[in-house]
Design a protein around this ligand. Structure first.
Ligand SMILES: Nc1nc2c(ncn2[C@@H]2O[C@H](COP(=O)(O)OP(=O)(O)OP(=O)(O)O)[C@@H](O)[C@H]2O)c(=O)[nH]1
Length: 302
């Protein structure tokens, strides 16, 4: 497990780090709350072990700051307390801590506490996957991809970069269901989702928007880059037939794209524009990409 330690006392910090490494964990150890906050923001740590008393940002503040930023992954927080700190446990729990360890620590007790942390984190992870992923295809579900798009649109406006959204709709999918049956249709949806995920860059996301429609977010992409990405998705879907229980089946997809470079802050508006472009792609014969013609993109007209 990746563990972040925040402890200003050098001996205690080194001892914790050495013990945790001996137990097989990957450890980052820093000497104050501010450094811990910076490290936590840069990377994902499922577990934080933090001293309570630290200069500048103390353990309680650190707990509150982390709980104020609900990330994708839950951070289990263990606060380190002195033996005489009885009576403050509730305060720590209210700030967001999950457990306490008294200093000087007992190695076996530390290992036991980590077992609990791993169990809770495992359950959390399972629930998180159930709540955010589409059960059939494994890509993000509708609520999660919309939430992500909202965040990316805001971030794009703040950082003055473009955000593109695509709606990809499998062509004549009803025919596949009608000809080969629903379970085969499901396999085609899974294969299409796999291929789309395969061509995306690390910071792009694909989610199941509904039935046979997928929504793709392309952060930092202006219309020309989004068009290139859309073409890549389109060609990976048609590149070769999908293997299914009913044999090999050809697939194609139509894609509508809308881009905002700070002009739109309502995802509904952006999605409606992408939907409009998708309609044009279907009208023009399917198996192709169309850009939104709405005047929401600054720069040269597509
Ligand atoms: N197998 C399967 N089919 C689904 C699922 N969700 C929606 N569908 C089917 O997707 C089909 C969508 O059909 P239409 O909206 O007519 O679209 P289409 O046949 O793809 O036609 P165009 O989009 O115009 O190319 C319907 O038959 C739905 O029943 C699903 O989870 N699994």
């Amino acid at each position: 497990m990746k563990i972040l330690i925040a402890e200003d006392d050098t001996t205690s910090r080194l001892l914790f780090a050495a013990t945790l490494r001996k137990l097989g964990h990957t450890v980052t150890a820093v000497e104050d709350g501010r450094k811990a906050w910076e490290a936590w923001q840069k990377d994902e740590y499922p577990l934080l072990i933090s001293d309570w008393m630290m200069p500048d940002i103390d353990g309680l503040q650190l707990c509150r700051m982390i709980r104020g930023e609900p990330g994708l992954q839950y951070t289990y927080i263990i606060l380190l307390t002195a033996l005489d700190s009885k009576g403050s446990y509730l305060e720590g729990m209210d700030a967001g801590a999950d457990d306490f360890i008294t200093k000087p620590f007992d190695e076996e007790q530390l290992a036991a506490r980590l077992r609990v942390a791993e169990r809770i984190l495992g359950l959390h992870q399972k629930l998180h996957i159930q709540a955010t992923r589409d059960y059939l295809t494994g890509v993000w579900n509708r609520a999660s991809i919309m939430d992500y798009l909202q965040k990316e649109l805001k971030r794009g406006a703040r950082q003055d970069i473009c955000t593109s959204v695509m709606i990809a709709d499998l062509d004549h999918f009803k025919r596949i269901n009608d000809t080969y049956g629903h379970p085969t249709g499901d396999e085609i949806l899974q294969e299409a989702a796999r291929r789309m995920s395969g061509v995306l860059r690390g910071y792009d996301r694909v989610g199941r928007y509904g039935g046979e429609e997928f929504l793709i977010t392309a952060s930092g992409c202006d219309w020309s880059e989004a068009l290139a990405l859309g073409e890549r998705i389109c060609s990976s879907i048609r590149s070769e037939p999908a293997n299914s229980r009913a044999g090999q089946i050809d697939m194609t997809v139509s894609i509508g794209i809308a881009t905002s470079c700070g002009q739109v802050n309502d995802i509904g508006e952006l999605i409606a524009a992408a939907d409009q472009a998708l309609y044009q792609a279907k009208e023009a014969g399917r198996n192709q990409v169309k850009l939104s013609r709405l005047p929401i993109e600054s720069g040269p007209a597509p």
